[in-house]
Ligand binder design. Sequence first.
Ligand SMILES: Cc1ncc(COP(=O)(O)O)c(C=O)c1O
Length: 377
Amino acid sequence: MSNPGERIDLRSDTVTKPTDEMRRAMAAAEVGDDVFGDDPTVIALEERAAELLGKEAGLFVASGSMGNLVAQMAHLDRGMETICGAQTHIVLDEAASYAVVVGASVRPLPDRADGMMELAAIRDAFRDPSDVHQPITGLVAIENTHAHSMAQPLPVSYVAAVAALAHERGVPLFMDGARFWNAAVAVGVSGRELAAPADTVSFCLSKGLACPVGSVVVGSKATIWKARRARKLVGGGMRQAGILAAAGLVALRDGPAGMIERLAEDHANARHLAEGLAELPGIRSPGDVAQPDDGPLDPERVRTNFVLFRVNGGMAAFLDGLAARGIDMVAFSGEQIRACTHHGIDAADIDRTIAAVRDVLADLGVRRSPSEPVGAA
Ligand SMILES: Cc1ncc(COP(=O)(O)O)c(C=O)c1O
């Protein structure tokens, strides 16, 4: 929780710092050499993650991007193809590792405002394996929460429907769950239920769960063995990695002792922020598929810990004005601004943020015209 005068950093949930308990656990961690497979703390973390998501095995990796990469490498041969949303991290934000490292192509489909792809579009996107011209569909990937749709959580019913389509064609389903636990908390199901339809799932420890480093990929023993080889291939075999895994074990504790349950506070804070922003002149919707008229920001769209919006008066001037008042938000794609709540941000910080936004908009001369409804300036 920030003190008055301290910066409020809403750029991302990756800015979270490890808790005191994590630091203590890291200092005391029993370690071995994880490439030899004998770091007990890494093994404990991998087993805990696999148990929580109901899969046979887990693999600790350095980052969410590495988790996505090794999962693709485990599932795909060169020349294969992944069906996935066009606005997903794998497609937009991983330096084309699907092509450069995996040697695969992607078949990007439009993502809807609820973060889902049309099931009919997925059904139509599978290639014909008997046609010598076509790549072979080797994987379907979904992102949960789906960042570019204001981090919408994908419900179990959708994950199951996509899995059924994939499995009918003998293709596995991978879930990029960088914010998997935000999704599980938002839709009110256990990690096991949400992960069940997918073959392989990754989740980040270093975002809302507040660990300093790392992600875990879970799946069948056979797939995780391939992912382990892939991790070595890309130089991701770490040695006394138990130091890092120890923080993950704290995060994955049950109940209030861990970091999963408290994600609900981040979601409530994000909703509160959106409600406050929506009252202010010049704050507009992020202009996505749901609100193509770019109208007022609809706080109901905030389901997890992202608030995306646009602003009148110039995005750069707005962000600079906020930064000068000790509050950091970040430019997101297409003139959108992102504010992301996380451990370390409380309701008082949100009130301070709303007041600062009001002041910045006033400084920029953004006013509500008398005819405009609240939130539509
Ligand atoms: C949906 C999604 N997947 C994967 C990642 C990659 O995580 P990392 O930054 O740890 O590589 C991110 C990062 O923000 C993300 O939002």
